[in-house]
Design a protein around this ligand. Sequence first.
Ligand SMILES: [Zn+2]
Length: 63
Amino acid sequence: MKTTEQGFVNQNDQRNDGCTQEPGTDHCQKFYRMTCLRCGHHYLANGSDIWQRKCPKCLGGKP
Ligand SMILES: [Zn+2]
């Protein structure tokens, strides 16, 4: 499964909930909706960051 596929869960228990139409902050990236499976926090991440993303609330990731 690709990191940009909806339903992907990375090594930090962060789940990709699908692409948004919002442009990301990296070159040619879109923001993806992410859910933390540890605390339930929702946030947005660049597609290129999904594989290594950490929850900004409980894992100290960038906001
Ligand atoms: Zn969390």
